[in-house]
Design a protein around this ligand. Structure first.
Ligand code: ATP
Ligand code: MG
Length: 376
């Protein structure tokens, strides 16, 4: 029996726990805000404090990248933490992330770092308009972002950005060229302590208001080869251990990395039903120094996020190929409450099942589902 401590007590720790059980891997979750050690499924409090949490664990890992630096330092010092502090920082600070991508020779959007008002003018000159401006620290689900198309609303945007920089320590803004992409895809893969790498098929992702709503595994060898090369470059430069996700823009068949996530990822949830070994199991295998499991796709699969809803009609449970995964969270508008994996024998049947699912669900809660299913 191995004991893995996960920093963070959300749905990703929960799904690691579910995947770890058959392997005799026990998961505890550490809520970095309350400092409680909790059961990842029931959220029952099992203990208190980082020291106790670390002493009980064989391995420490994380389900998110916005971890206080003092917590990271203590975990790293224990010698049990994987993937590594550097990997978590690269995922949590866009300045470090951009430098990592450049150093690894991985294509990404042109950018500039803004610390003060002059920096904004310099960024406009070097990056050009339109621009996407993102807070260096703390962004997720499209939060902490601005779009600058013309100079008309420059001062208003600067006021908001200046406030953002002032609000937290070490904050800055990263200005990026606006990338005219056709679609967004992501790659999830695992690397273990021996340097073995296992990579899942790419997923094509649909975002609605900055939040992932639908993810579908795709089989496109040319893009897969590009993404694999970039994944390998990033994972090796970090000597990464665990599951790592790369988000890309697809611009006429050329991939640019948008961002990296040093953890299991929402766009990899389809692997629970669609792959031989799911991403949660492979993350645990990697950090527990085990062989990686096969990442082969076993059937055509999409994942539909459930946002702000705490129930689905019974007919959804009856639909062949549909699996509902709830996160046990209290309902809040827009909150990630669960997801539905939809699988079928082939892409054509998958499309039909997704349209059947759209017929059962409230269109206002799942606005992307029907249009995206139709274009599959
Ligand atoms: P996540 O929840 O994935 O961590 P995030 O808040 O960190 O999201 P990004 O992934 O950087 O933010 O951006 C959110 C979305 O905004 C992207 O998925 C993409 O649709 C759009 N976007 C981001 N950067 C650019 C860009 N440079 N050009 C065009 N669109 C962009
Ligand atoms: Mg993103």
């Amino acid at each position: 029996m191995k004991h893995v401590l996960v920093l963070g007590a959300g749905q990703l720790a929960r799904m690691m726990s579910l995947a770890g059980a058959p392997l005799n891997i026990k998961i505890s979750a550490f809520d970095v805000h309350s400092e409680n050690i909790v059961h990842p499924l029931t959220l029952e409090v099992l203990g208190q404090g980082l020291e106790q949490a670390i002493s009980q664990a064989d391995v420490i890992t994380a389900e998110f990248e916005h971890i206080p630096l003092d917590v990271l330092a203590v975990c790293e010092a224990s010698g049990k933490f994987l993937p590594s502090t550097d990997a978590i920082k690269a995922g949590g600070d866009r300045r470090i992330e951009k430098a990592l991508l450049d150093n690894a020779g991985v294509k990404n959007a042109k950018y500039a770092v803004i610390n003060e008002r002059n920096g904004l003018d310099a960024a406009i000159a070097s990056v050009g308009l339109p621009m996407v401006l993102k807070s260096a620290l703390g962004g997720y689900d499209g939060k902490g972002q601005w779009r600058l198309k013309t100079l008309d609303n420059l001062e208003q945007i600067w006021t908001e950005m200046a406030q953002c920089i002032a609000d937290s320590n070490n904050q800055a803004i990263v200005a990026e060229e606006f990338v005219p992409f056709q679609r967004e895809v992501s790659l999830v893969g695992a690397r273990n302590q021996h340097g073995d790498i296992a990579i899942y098929p790419l997923a094509e992702n649909v975002h609605t208001d900055g939040v992932l709503t639908l993810s579908t595994a795709i089989d496109e060898p040319e893009l897969q080869a590009q993404a694999t090369q970039m994944f390998t470059a990033v994972a090796e430069s970090l000597d990464y251990v665990g599951v790592l996700a790369l988000e890309f823009f697809d611009v006429n068949g050329q991939l640019l990395v948008n961002e990296i996530a040093p953890r299991v990822h929402n766009s990899g949830h389809w692997t629970q039903q669609g792959a031989d070994t799911c991403q949660f199991e492979n993350h645990l295998r990697a950090v527990c120094n085990m062989p990686l499991g096969s990442t082969d796709a076993v059937r055509a699969t999409s994942m539909v996020n459930i946002l702000g809803e705490d129930s689905v009609p019974d007919a959804v449970y009856a639909l062949a190929g549909c699996h509902v995964h709830w996160y046990g969270k209290e309902k809040r508008a827009g909150r990630k409450m669960g997801h539905i994996n939809v699988s079928a024998a082939n892409q054509r049947d998958l499309k039909a099942t997704l349209i059947q699912l759209a017929d059962l669900l409230d269109e206002s809660a799942y606005p992307a589902l029907r249009p995206a299913a139709k274009t599959l």
